[in-house]
Design a protein. Structure first.
Length: 534
């Protein structure tokens, strides 16, 4: 809060006035200190808590009404067609049923009447849910931070029940900002499932596993103090993603590293994606690193003219090729000089004929063409152990290097090619041939179906061919002669969804023009429907 002082009528001796002024100044400074502490984000450099970065979650879900979230997701026509009712509204969620059953048992044995209301009170009211990746890269650790008017009663009830209950017990304490502590309780609601909770005043934390609280160092203590401090009107973890002033109904923020399959270091300028719902419309945002130069670092116009049409999914990635320098240093005979010639953004595109495991990679090359020997060395070290000799080929102005490889999924002609300042690579050589045909103007390019100004198109999605790609992958991974049960289940449940997906038009994901890159900020992006290309 701000303090104001009025002294127009103050007629006292000089000494008394001076003493009062000093006292009010001290109180004002202490109030300013408290406000500053609440206004500052949790220091990122102080929160490395292995294996979970407590103050740096990988995703955050903010919801005013979690009960309405599945219904609101279905307002997106494409998601409504693809996601089934059972997926969004599971009739028998085992975690929810397990919690409810355990609460009903406790209520019966301890003569309490609150089980159904307690579960709704915790899970169906507004909350902020932070999520962290586990060792396998999936979001599996979670923490709910919320403000609940009955938190004090919950903690008093837990203290009584934990004295003689087999499923609920106190396992430790969490620190508070006033120097005190509050009990931490563990609740076993199924044989293999448990959760932890604690509260102070009307602030509540509820989380998934003990890894989050076993660190007793000062950084961890500061985080818990902030999470349980009643003066924070919303979770302090919102500051991680700049959501302090969010006033909509739902917001989901996901760091790019969660969605990049471990390749985030190669395009560090893309930091996070955000999805907001204001009660009527879903809106998308992207957060870029502040050092991105919109004039030179992201311009996808030339890229889309070199990419074959009918891609199932194609993304223009703002690759920072300098990040590959350590990789090149470990590869024998690879020439780091090539990195200085590669342009950004680069394209990664999936096509129905290539499959999920064999996208087409395409990047521009600046300055003079790289020597054949340099590209052949790069191809050799990239492919790894070879089953045969690399076949080099010249075809007009194109240069190709091929290597057939036999795998458990079939035989693939891994191919690298260079043509007119473009490098193309794929495990499936047919995609490289298609790319060369586009560069030779013998095949339509993806640009033919895109809006006139293509500089800020970040991705293109074609549901019709994406459905074909997924269908081919399902059939390849679940051959009927070896997996009859799973194949029948896929045909019964997935094929209708793929057919619904295929009915939608193509979309382009457009970044704002111009990009605001002076500092980190959420920038709106939009999906524009396109005319489908046969």
């Amino acid at each position: 809060m701000f303090l104001r002082y009025f002294s127009a009528r103050w007629r006292r001796c000089l000494l008394g006035g001076a003493v009062l002024l000093v006292l009010l100044s001290l109180l004002g400074y202490r109030a300013w200190q408290a406000r500053q502490r609440l206004a500052e984000p949790i220091a990122v450099e102080l929160v490395e808590i292995a294996p979970i970065r407590l103050a740096r979650p990988d995703a955050l879900l903010v919801s005013v009404s979690p009960r309405d979230l599945p219904r609101d997701v279905r307002r997106v026509a494409l998601l409504k067609a693809v996601l089934s009712e059972d997926f969004l509204f599971p009739a028998e969620d085992p975690d929810r049923l397990g919690l409810l059953g355990s609460l009903r048992r406790i209520a019966y044995e301890h003569q309490l009447d609150f089980a159904d209301r307690a579960l709704a009170w915790v899970l169906d009211a507004p909350f902020d849910m932070a999520l962290w990746r586990g060792e396998d890269g999936r979001l599996e650790h979670w923490l709910i931070n919320a403000r609940r008017s009955g938190t004090r009663q919950l903690i008093e009830w837990a203290a009584r029940v934990a004295l003689n209950d087999r499923q609920l017990r106190q396992v430790g304490e969490l620190p508070l900002s006033d120097g005190g502590t509050t009990p931490l309780y563990e609740f076993h609601y199924r044989r293999d499932a448990r959760l932890f909770f604690a509260g102070a005043g009307d602030k509540l934390v509820l989380f998934s596993d003990p890894t989050l609280w076993r660190d007793t160092g000062e950084p961890a203590q500061r985080v818990w103090q902030a999470l349980l401090d009643p003066r924070w009107t919303a979770s302090p973890l919102r500051r991680r993603f700049g959501l302090e002033n969010f006033s909509g109904r739902h917001a989901l923020v996901v760091e790019a590293g969660v969605l990049s399959f471990g390749y985030q270091r190669f395009f560090p300028t893309l930091e996070a994606l955000r999805f907001d719902f204001d009660g009527r419309t879903w809106r998308n945002y992207v957060r870029l690193a502040p050092d991105l130069n919109s004039e030179t670092r992201f311009d996808s116009q030339a890229l889309w003219r070199a990419v074959p049409a009918a891609a199932s999914l194609c993304a223009a990635l703002p690759v920072d090729w300098r990040t590959l320098a350590p990789v090149f240093a470990r590869l024998p005979s690879a020439d780091p000089a090539l990195l200085a010639r590669l342009r950004a953004p680069a394209a990664v595109c999936w096509y129905p004929d290539g499959g999920l495991h064999a996208p087409l990679l395409l990047a521009g090359v600046a300055q003079e063409p790289p020597p054949d020997a340099m590209l052949e060395r790069l191809f050799a070290v990239s492919v790894g152990k070879r089953a045969g000799p690399i076949r080099a080929e010249r075809r007009g102005s194109s240069r190709l290097w091929r290597l057939p490889i036999d795998t458990g999924f079939g035989r693939y002609g891994v191919t690298l090619a260079y043509h007119d300042d473009w490098v193309l690579f794929s495990v499936d050589g047919r995609l490289v041939e298609n790319g060369l045909a586009v560069l030779a103007r013998n095949r339509p390019a993806l640009a033919d179906s895109l809006p006139g100004d293509q500089r800020y198109i970040a991705a293109v999605l074609t549901p019709r061919t994406l459905a074909q790609l997924l269908l081919r992958s399902i059939h390849a991974d679940l051959p009927r002669e070896r997996e009859p049960v799973l194949r029948d289940a896929a045909d019964r449940h997935l094929l209708p969804r793929l057919q619904a997906l295929a009915a939608f038009p193509s979309y382009a994901l457009l970044l704002p023009d111009p990009l605001y890159t002076e500092q980190r900020a959420w920038q709106p992006v939009r999906w524009q429907a396109l005319a489908d290309v046969p």
